[in-house]
Design a protein around this ligand. Structure first.
Ligand code: RB5
Length: 159
């Protein structure tokens, strides 16, 4: 699988460990930054970069890491078609693929250690979306996105 990675300055080391770990399993890994842990990088920047790469099909899925995983996932989830889930343990990482068809996993470098993070990404990338009863719910999420996207466009016409 082709996987896009992004992190803010708090999570560069963990991101590099996970890239190495997933490369060893034969995945192709692309790092969208940030690259230096000593230089502040606001999490919406890498969150958006990886989310756009997933949306455009440049990569199949994404891994995003900031201090808690929350800020970077919030940014990613603003990109249409993105379902980014913050996970701090493997069970949720598996279920968010099986049920929510998540296309990005987010984690907190200040929350999980390296070995737990490896287990989390392993569950995420080995899980399969189950479809079936979950399909209608995924469509309902997309409908919210479409509805509000359309109303923002309408609002912009009036400015
Ligand atoms: C950076 O200090 C921190 O706010 C960020 O990494 C993240 O935890 C935000 O959600």
């Amino acid at each position: 699988m082709k996987i896009g990675f992004g992190s803010d300055h708090t999570a560069v080391e963990l991101k590099l460990e996970l890239i190495q770990h997933l490369k060893e399993q034969g995945h192709e890994c692309i790092d969208y930054g940030t690259y230096a842990s000593g230089v502040r990088m606001d999490y919406p920047v890498p969150g958006r970069a990886v989310a756009e790469a997933v949306m455009k099909g440049e990569v199949d899925k994404g891994v995003l890491i900031c201090g808690t995983g929350v800020g970077i996932s919030l940014a990613a989830n603003k990109v249409p078609g993105i379902r980014a889930a913050v996970c701090s343990e493997p069970y949720t990482a598996r279920l968010t693929v099986q049920h929510n068809n998540a296309n990005i996993i987010a984690m907190g470098a200040r929350v999980v250690g390296t070995e737990l993070a490896k287990m989390i990404v392993d569950e995420f990338f080995n899980a399969q979306y189950e479809g079936g009863r979950h399909e209608a719910r995924i469509r309902m999420i997309a409908d919210i996105e479409k509805e509000y996207g359309a109303s923002w466009e309408k609002g912009a016409e009036n400015t």
